[in-house]
Ligand binder design. Structure first.
Ligand SMILES: Nc1ncnc2c1ncn2[C@@H]1O[C@H](COP(=O)(O)OP(=O)(O)O)[C@@H](O)[C@H]1O
Ligand SMILES: O=C(COP(=O)(O)O)[C@@H](O)CO
Length: 578
């Protein structure tokens, strides 16, 4: 149970503020996260990591000499936005390019990927790497779909040590990929975590049972077993991790490995040591030499009572990178040569861009859009708990919270844009950016795409016609599929967005006014959302728990259907347009 908080919505920001206050000689806060407080050699590759909050010491606690150059810090269990990642990367880089490294979660992949594209376009070469060490999250044949857990540390450290050694971006990326390919983790848990402000855990495990194959977001496990003794737990962890050797390792015997026994939040250090005692014996018996083992909390999931084992099968190249000195708030090793502290300049003030000129017709359309965004926000607020419950069946339970953060940010940005006289396009573009930035996470990136596409179609001049609105929604569907890679049938919001766009396009092409066409399409959306209950998820956080999600609709599909239905009365009176 997370007991100490003020406003739950401010938890991640307040935790970051306190963290920075506690470590002024190692980290400094920048917009979007933290960077090293010490000076980095000019031209060194910057390793910028990041992810959601709730996983401390991942990710901010791993910033410091010998480890990451910066961390983009998202909200609780939600990836940081592309904007945040870009800001942190710009503050951290010293001319050698940037490697963006993160756990392979849908939201992180979308936001870090977008950030890399934007940085490169701005002249800062950037590469990405999603860590995939959790063997329970996908089969070996689909290793690229696996999620990142405590193996994050090994990969971040290898990359950072390679950067400190003066390698260029291509080489640092190759080394990080090698470390990732040779790292495997597996976890178990005895109880789930409770998010700040929530009154129940994201999942529960029966008193005498242990969940196996756990991630770091309170996702349910892949299976259950009776609670073992410490030795039995060690035997399960070791046999499972040794059961899937990476390419190039034919047998454990004679191998050297970086070993992490990771506590996920509320397993005591002494318990971890009791388990590690047997892990060490078993590795020794298998002929594996544990190099600089770590026993402690390296990547957590709030108060989840769980433990995971990570092995990175070292090579001659990886071993010195693993044993190299580091000095981060939550990870210190050996002695680093202390670099100079950066004396902070004045914080940069964000400058508000003026809005481009718009016609009165477009400003009138913008006022309608603003009213729709107000309704959207209140719909999300009303249904936030329900959306969280649906998401918790097979995901991480944060869909309602993420949608609230995004829709509130979008509405506030739209209010400001309307005050400045924005047309429909500019108002929606500002709302889109604010949604992606405030929400982070998968749905944050995708809703940013949706609002932006509709805004582009509406433009800042003229009065939007019904086919133009329909074309904007169709472009939104195409954009979401392009960015997220999901298709109809994968059990995502795409299963609603595509039929909704199709129905709107057909009805408006028939010459129906928008209000009638929207009504028909909203009914199509509701039916499509309900039908996702029969699908097995193939994308996103719910994918590893496919069977559990049968019978429950997809959270993102459901929220989209609720929203398009709720905004209909707002659009109806003002948009009798054809
Ligand atoms: N690749 C994808 N393409 C389209 N939608 C996706 C994709 N992956 C996940 N989603 C949608 O995102 C929703 C989850 O949103 P959110 O809770 O913000 O995500 P997370 O916590 O997984 O980052 C899912 O219910 C699904 O509708
Ligand atoms: O906490 C995390 C959330 O990832 P999403 O894909 O946004 O759900 C992740 O950043 C941990 O690495």
């Amino acid at each position: 149970m997370t007991r100490l908080f003020n406003d739950p919505a401010a938890f991640a920001d307040e935790a970051l503020e306190g963290f920075v206050a506690a470590h002024p000689h190692r980290v400094r806060q920048v917009p979007g996260g933290v960077v090293r407080a010490t000076r980095t050699a000019p031209g060194q590759v910057a390793v910028v990591v990041g992810g959601g909050s709730g996983h401390y010491p991942a990710f901010s606690g791993l910033v410091g000499q010998g480890l990451a150059h910066g961390a983009a810090v998202g909200n609780v269990f939600a990836s940081p936005s592309a904007h945040q990642v870009r800001q942190v990367a710009k503050a951290a880089q010293t001319g050698g390019g940037v490697l963006l490294a993160y756990g392979n979660y849908a939201g992180d992949v979308l936001h870090f990927g977008q950030a890399a594209e934007q940085l490169t376009a701005e002249g800062i070469p950037a590469r990405t790497l999603g860590v995939t060490d959790d063997i329970s999250s996908a089969s070996a044949a689909e290793a690229h779909k696996r999620r990142g857990v405590a193996g994050d540390l090994v990969v971040f450290k290898a990359a950072a040590a390679a950067a400190e050694a003066g390698h260029d971006l291509a080489e640092v990326t190759r080394i990080a990929e090698l470390a990732n390919a040779r790292t495997r983790s597996f976890g178990v848990a005895f109880s789930g975590c409770t998010l700040p402000g929530a009154d129940h855990p994201l999942f529960t495990v029966p008193e005498d049972r242990m969940a196996v194959g756990l991630g770091i977001h309170g996702e349910p496990g892949m299976g259950e077993q009776p609670v073992p003794s410490a030795d039995e737990a060690a035997e399960l962890l070791v046999s499972t991790v040794l059961g899937e050797l990476p390419e190039g390792v034919d047998s454990p015997r004679g191998q050297r490995a970086a070993v992490i026994l990771n506590g996920l939040g509320s397993v005591k250090y002494e318990e971890l040591f009791v388990v590690y005692r047997r892990v060490a014996q078993l590795l020794h018996e298998a002929g594996v030499e544990a190099v600089d083992p770590e026993v402690g909390e390296l990547v957590t999931s709030f108060d989840m009572a769980g433990v995971s084992l990570t092995l990175c099968w070292l090579t001659d190249e990886l071993e010195p990178l693993w044993t190299a000195p580091a000095d981060a708030p939550a990870y210190r090793k050996g002695t680093v040569e202390a670099a100079d502290l950066i004396s902070e300049g004045p914080a940069e003030q964000a400058v508000e861009e003026p809005v481009p000129a718009a016609t009165e017709e477009s400003r009138a359309a913008a006022r309608t859009v603003l009213a729709a965004l107000r309704t959207l926000k209140s719909t999300v607020d009303t249904h936030a708990d329900e959306l969280g419950r649906i998401d918790a069946v097979a995901g991480d339970g944060d869909h309602g919270i993420g949608m609230q953060r995004g829709s509130t940010g979008a509405y506030e940005a739209a209010v400001r844009a309307e005050q400045l006289g924005a047309g429909a396009e500019t108002l929606l573009h500002r709302a889109a950016d604010a949604w992606a930035d405030k929400a982070g996470g998968t749905s944050g990136a995708l809703w940013g795409v949706i609002l932006r596409a509709i805004g582009t179609a509406l433009g800042d001049t003229g009065r939007p016609t019904a086919p133009v609105v329909a074309a904007g929604v169709a472009e939104a569907a195409a954009g979401v599929m392009r960015l997220g890679g999901a298709e109809v049938g994968d059990k995502t919001m795409v299963d609603v967005l595509v039929p909704f766009a199709g129905a709107l396009t057909t009805a408006t092409a028939d010459g129906q006014p928008l209000s009638i066409a929207w009504d028909t399409a909203a009914s199509t959306a509701a039916a499509a959302a309900a039908a996702t209950a029969d699908l097995l998820p193939r994308m996103g956080r719910a994918r590893p728990h496919a069977e559990k999600s049968l019978g429950t609709p997809d959270a993102g599909a459901h929220s989209l259907a609720l929203i398009v239905r709720a905004v209909h009365p707002v659009l109806a009176p003002t948009l009798e347009i054809r």
